[in-house]
Design a protein around this ligand. Structure first.
Ligand SMILES: *Cc1c(COP(=O)(O)O)cnc(C)c1O
Length: 385
């Protein structure tokens, strides 16, 4: 909810901008840290969800590690001051340059996604006289029951090592003196709201960890990835139920005394702490449709165009829902998919009204682009945070 003070402040600012509620972020982080601590679970923040420096500083301060998916993210994590012993690096296509940089930083672990990648990391580590810690990212063929564009753990997905390649993986590990195997890694998808999915994942994690142990490997780390979803329809229900989430893993994972359980949460930590604030440029009343044309488009928030994602749309200049009208809410970009919502019920809206697109903290600002030579998107922060 925005206070009258917030709205008065927004009215004096140039739009569009991402508004960050750092107070809410802090509460979310503290809740998550407290819930993880109950079981001694380790949390790495998936940086690709949002790498706004103010956000990263808060996350670092709560003691979480960083989960990176590019050399750029590894460098940024180190620059921000994340402990290198808490930096992990996943990704199906790590370049030699990225691997070398991560080796130079002595990061905690590479989450390796193919046999060939193991060979390359071993070779590059050997040239530097280093030992690279690796976990095998396994594709467990577990259906995340989420949008197909954000599913990552099925046989048809490009991510991870498939079960039929594990024997080759084990052989490569055994003959690679510059690799130290530390455990298994999984990440099956994003915006997962059905916790039963995680029960299925736990069963597979137990099986795969056992598989490595039977072959003489010591599995120290069970990294179960992230993917916990948020409620996009109720942005006011702001903090996800971390206690219920962690409890599933406590109940269904077989964790030995020498083992650590690692998580990589992105969206659940940052999703609700931001809204994209935009202004209505034009209202077009057509015969079949009414359009609201905003000054923000897919160049500022790509999720709706990219995977039909839903963001709650509010006219914050007129909060009462009197005389509601149905509008298609669109951006100014020259693409038909540049649309934030169809048939959205809003109070009758005028040029100059402020529109909030809610729950944009994850995969929002980070996906902004310069298509159509759009300007850099600006961030604004709450005054208490
Ligand atoms: C994106 C990603 C995550 C985080 O996903 P969320 O849905 O934002 O929690 C975790 N691990 C890996 C390897 C990822 O690529």
């Amino acid at each position: 909810m925005f206070s009258d003070k917030d709205i008065a402040r927004f009215a004096n600012l140039e739009t569009p901008f991402y508004y960050y509620d750092l107070t809410l972020l802090q509460k979310t982080l503290s809740d998550c840290a407290a819930a993880a601590k109950v079981y001694n679970f380790h949390v790495h923040y998936a940086m690709k969800a949002n790498f706004n420096p103010a956000v990263l500083q808060k996350i670092k301060a709560v003691g979480f590690g960083a989960d990176c998916v590019s050399g750029g993210e590894v460098n940024k994590a180190i620059e921000i001051g994340f402990d290198k012993k808490q930096v992990v690096f996943a990704g199906v296509g790590k370049s030699d340059r990225e691997i070398n940089a991560a080796l130079d930083h002595d990061i905690f672990c590479f989450n390796v996604e193919s046999v060939q990648e193991l060979e390359v990391i071993n070779e590059l580590a050997e040239k530097k006289g280093k030992l690279a810690r690796v976990a095998i990212r396994i594709n467990p063929n577990v259906d995340a029951h989420t949008h197909h564009n954000i599913t990552t753990g099925l046989d048809e997905n490009k991510f991870g090592v498939n079960s039929w390649d594990l024997t080759a993986c084990a052989e490569t590990l055994k003959k690679s003196p510059n690799l130290e195997f530390i455990g298994v890694h999984f990440h099956i998808g994003s915006q997962i709201t059905n916790l039963d999915v995680y029960k299925n994942l736990c069963v597979r994690v137990n099986e795969f960890a056992g598989w490595f142990e039977e072959r003489g490997f010591i599995v120290k780390v069970l990294n179960v990835g992230g993917g916990l979803g948020i409620d996009y329809h109720n942005p006011e229900q702001q903090v996800p139920d971390f206690a219920a989430y962690f409890k599933v893993f406590q109940e269904f994972l077989e964790v030995r005394s020498n083992q650590e359980v690692h998580f990589e949460l992105g969206r659940a930590l940052v999703g609700q702490c931001s809204s994209l604030i935009s202004k209505v440029l034009y209202v077009k009343n057509g015969k079949k449709k009414n359009f609201i044309i905003l000054d923000a488009g897919m160049t500022e928030l790509m999720r709706p165009a990219l995977y039909q994602a839903y963001h709650k749309i509010e006219n914050i200049s007129k909060l009462a829902l009197a005389d509601s009208v149905k509008y298609d809410v669109v951006g100014p970009i020259c693409e038909s998919t540049d649309c934030f919502g169809k048939e959205v019920e809003l109070p009758e809206t005028l040029r100059g009204d402020l529109i909030a697109l809610r729950s944009t903290g994850a995969y929002g600002e980070v996906m902004a682009s310069h298509y159509n030579l759009r300007e850099n998107i600006v961030s604004v922060y709450d005054t208490e945070g």
